[in-house]
Design a protein around this ligand. Structure first.
Ligand SMILES: C[S@@+](CC[C@H](N)C(=O)[O-])C[C@H]1O[C@@H](n2cnc3c(N)ncnc32)[C@H](O)[C@@H]1O
Length: 217
């Protein structure tokens, strides 16, 4: 299989993760933000002042989330963002990470959700809170966003550093603009990313070449 991009830490594959991921070696940590199967409405997100949005490939079909939940044998630990959209597909109770993305505690009524949830395949321990400022859909990123649902790499750095300090290898089969990969590289972990849209493979490769962390880090 030919990689789209490689460096000392990161490998990117362009294509369908349902084809590519089963051919790869196991990783210690799955850290991913898949299509949630919620028919993400790009037009509704194109509010005045916001960065222009596009549709998310695969978000009209819950089958991708179902497939992802059937692939946990490929990893030791897993963190799946948006899993609160498909709780019935999760294999067991697990634990949750709450990403508090308010710009400040007083911003409970910000435009968009003040927090997001990620499921962890942990049977013990506690639910966790990660606070990384984001600011919602309007001007959250000063126009620097290269993907419609881009998450800050600082969020993923915090999850790796605070919850999974032992994980040396990371996989993101729905990598989008590569925020997880950028975080892994900064945290000195080896990472593999897969993305079906070539424009986002290119955007991720550019971000990795520049090595610049994004907004809200
Ligand atoms: C929610 S976005 C991830 C955004 C990412 N967290 C970021 O910060 O940029 C999910 C991504 O999965 C990609 N995708 C959808 N179906 C896929 C598939 N079958 N294989 C690989 N990637 C896929 C979409 O194109 C989209 O970029």
């Amino acid at each position: 299989m030919e990689a789209y991009y490689t460096d000392d830490y990161v490998t990117i594959y362009h294509g369908d993760s349902r084809v590519i991921w089963p051919q790869l070696e196991r990783s210690q940590l799955l850290l991913t933000d898949p299509p949630y199967g919620i028919e993400y409405n790009a037009q509704a997100q194109n509010l005045p002042g916001s960065t222009k949005r596009a549709d998310i490939s695969g978000d009209d079909d819950i089958a991708l989330a179902r497939w992802l939940c059937s692939m946990l044998w490929m990893v030791d630990d897993a963190v799946i963002f948006g899993a609160n959209c498909f709780p019935g597909l999760l294999p067991h109770r697990g634990r949750w990470v709450c990403w508090d993305k308010r710009t400040m505690p007083a911003a409970d009524k910000m435009l968009g959700s003040p927090f997001e949830m990620a499921w962890m395949n942990k049977r013990s321990g506690y639910d966790r809170m990660i606070r990384k400022l984001h600011g919602g859909v309007v001007n959250a990123d000063g126009g620097k966003r290269v993907h419609p649902t881009q998450k800050p790499s600082g969020l993923f750095m915090a999850i790796m550093g605070e919850i999974f300090p032992e994980a040396e290898t990371v996989v993101d089969p729905f990598m989008g603009s590569g925020s997880v990969l950028l975080a892994a590289k900064r945290e000195n972990r080896k990472a593999v990313g897969i993305e079906i849209e070539e424009q986002y493979c290119e955007a991720a490769a550019n971000r990795l070449r520049q090595g610049v962390l994004d907004f809200a880090t």
